[in-house]
Design a protein around this ligand. Structure first.
Ligand SMILES: Nc1nc2c(ncn2[C@@H]2O[C@H](COP(=O)(O)OP(=O)(O)OP(=O)(O)O)[C@@H](O)[C@H]2O)c(=O)[nH]1
Ligand SMILES: [Mg+2]
Length: 293
């Protein structure tokens, strides 16, 4: 018998969804930072076994959208509700509820299996954990409850095994050697965006989009040229920094990650461009793969 299905990870921003997906996959597929709204897309990560295929979806954290980009991000979350065979609802220690009531009701009334994962228990103590466990079991009685630490791996294998059990009988949906649905350029954009989230403050990371214009793979090296887009001229100066030092740091760190990811030497060229108010522009959003409307 062969099993296969969609296992979609949803929850509030910053609870550790991407960390869990990467732990399941054993690769750094999704970028991770301590800032909310790190993930902007629905990213598939596929785990293949001889007799199963688990198609995980990492999704953006649930928020009330304030501009078009965020509305598109929530459309990815909606789609993840629609095709799930197993829902993984992740919360973190100290958190009380999902910010969007409609989404929360979908979880509570779900007809498919729901696993409620209480993450970051490494930051907790026994007493707090028990109190939280009770809170969530009362709030989402239809879910199977697991305390985990995605970062330290606690209970991750048990949850993985349970998900395999819950997968429906089905042939594989993707070739058995496929790891993700996203092209190489997507991971280049993300690696660069991760460094921007890490090194710039306030609104800057949220005003940035990265677009990889060239990706040439030669025998021993990959030559990449990417553009970092910002919404305003002042942001451009901040990204570049004094004598280009800030941009240089982004380039060096992203290149190192990409060399690890692709297992090959990388030459990365970065430049910065203003793309006025791209976050609110339907056409631009479509161009960057956010909006399918
Ligand atoms: N202590 C602790 N930190 C964790 C754990 N899992 C994730 N984190 C940290 O929590 C932060 C957010 O992790 P992400 O995996 O990016 O969270 P996310 O839910 O994907 O966030 P968004 O994409 O912004 O919605 C990072 O700093 C992680 O290192 C955990 O089990 N324990
Ligand atoms: Mg994420």
């Amino acid at each position: 018998m062969h099993k296969a299905g969609f296992v979609n990870i949803i929850g509030n921003p910053n609870v550790g969804k991407s960390t869990l997906m990467n732990a399941f996959i054993g690769e750094k597929l999704s970028i991770i930072t301590s800032k909310a709204q790190t993930t902007r897309h629905r990213i598939l990560g596929i785990v293949n076994g001889d007799d199963f295929q688990m198609i995980l979806s990492d999704t953006p954290g649930i928020i009330k959208p304030a501009y078009e980009l965020q509305a598109s991000m929530m459309d990815f979350v909606k789609s993840a509700f629609e095709d799930a065979d197993v829902l993984v609802y992740m919360v973190e220690i100290g958190e009380k509820e999902l910010k969007d009531e409609a989404f929360f009701n979908k979880i509570k009334n779900s007809k498919i299996p729901v696993l409620l994962l209480l993450n970051k228990i490494d930051k907790s103590n026994q007493e707090l954990m028990e109190e939280q466990a009770q809170h969530w079991q009362e709030k989402v009685p239809n879910a199977e409850f697991y305390p985990i630490s995605a970062l330290q791996g606690f209970n991750v294998q048990n949850v993985f095994n349970r998900i395999v059990e819950l997968l429906p009988e089905s042939p594989a949906f993707y070739p058995k050697d496929q790891l993700t649905d996203k092209p190489e350029r997507f991971f280049v954009n993300e690696a660069i965006r991760e460094k921007i989230l890490l090194h710039y403050k306030k609104e800057i990371p949220y005003a940035v989009e990265v677009d990889t214009e060239e990706f040439f793979e030669e025998e021993t090296i990959i030559r990449i040229r990417s553009v970092i887009m910002v919404e305003r001229e002042t942001q451009k100066g901040i990204i570049i920094g004094h004598k280009g030092s800030a941009l240089k740091r982004v380039g060096i760190e992203a290149r190192k990650d990409l060399e690890k990811f692709f297992g090959k030497q990388v030459h990365l060229e970065l430049y910065v461009k203003v793309n006025k108010n791209w976050r609110s522009n339907q056409k631009q959003l479509r161009r960057f793969g956010y909006n399918n409307k």
